[in-house]
Design a protein around this ligand. Sequence first.
Ligand code: SAM
Length: 292
Amino acid sequence: MTEQRWLPETLYDSWGMRMSYQVERVLYEMQTEHQSLMLFEHKRLGKVLMLDGATQVTTRDEFIYHEMMTHVPILAHGAAREVLVVGGGDCGIAEEVLKHASVRRLTQVEIDASVVAFAKEHFPAFTGPVLADPRFDLVIDDGMNYVGTTDRRFDVVIVDSTDPQGPGAVLFTAEFYAACRRCMTPGAVMVTQNGVPFMQPDELVSSVGILSRLFADAGCYVAAIPTYVGGHMAMGWATADATLREASVATIAERYSSAGRFATGYWTPEVHRAAFALPRFIAEAVDQARRG
Ligand code: SAM
C-alpha cells in the first residue's frame, strides 16, 4: 500500500504554520523560468495549483476570489471598456471579466508563458472561453515593464499576482503602482491581490500606504477564501473617484442586470457593498497605512 503523500503550503513557515494537502495524484510538476509549479488532484478541492509553495487556485473555491476581484471593480466603475489584468496566468480572472458585454478589450500581461500553456491543458473551463474570445489580448511580459511602457489606457486594472516574493515582488512596489496610475483613464479603478491581513499585515499596510499617496481613494475590501488560510483576504482598492465605492446596492443591482445577470456563486450586489465594511483590526491597519 503506497504511502499517501501530503503536500505542505510553505507560505507561512515564518509563522510556524503549515497547511497540508492530501495528494490524490500529481498532474504536473516543473521548475519554470520564473518559479516552481505544482498541480495536483485533491479529493475535495479538485485541481490545486501551487506556485513557489503557495496556493494559487483550486477548482472548488476559485469562484470566490475570481468573482470578487472582477465584478466589484467593473460594476463599481459602471462603464468599463478597457480592462488590464496583470498576472492571472490560470485565466480564471479573465473568464469572469469577459462575462461583461460592456468590456471591449481585455489585455492580460503574464510573465510566465508556462502557466498559461499548462492552464490550457488543466483549466479548460477558464482558458476555453477566454482564448476563443476576440476581445482577449495576451501579452507575455513582466507587468512592471508593460505598465511602464504601454500607450494603452485602462478603465479597470486587476493585479492578480503571486505573493510579494520572486517575480511577484515588483508588483507590490511604488514604481509599479505609479506606473499603473500612468496608464489608467480618469476615474479608473485598480484592485490588487493583497494577501490575508491576519497573516500578512505588512503587505496590506505597505500597499495601502503607497496607494493612498497616489490616489484620492485607497483602501481595501475583503472576502473569505477557504484555501487562502488565515481568515479574510484583502483586495487592495485605488481610484481617484471616491464615489465609486459608494455606489448603492440598487445601482449595483441595476448595472448587474444590464450586464446580463450572469451566474455567480459568491458575488451579489449586497455582498459587493458589504465587502467594504472592514473588521476593526483591518480598518485600523488601513487607517494607519493612510496616515503613513
Ligand atoms: N490568485 C492567485 C493568488 O492570489 O495568489 C494568483 C494567481 S495567478 C496564477 C498569479 C500569476 O502572476 C502567475 O501566473 C505568475 O506567473 C504571475 N506573475 C508573477 N509575477 C509577475 C510579474 N512580475 N508580471 C506579470 N505576471 C506575474
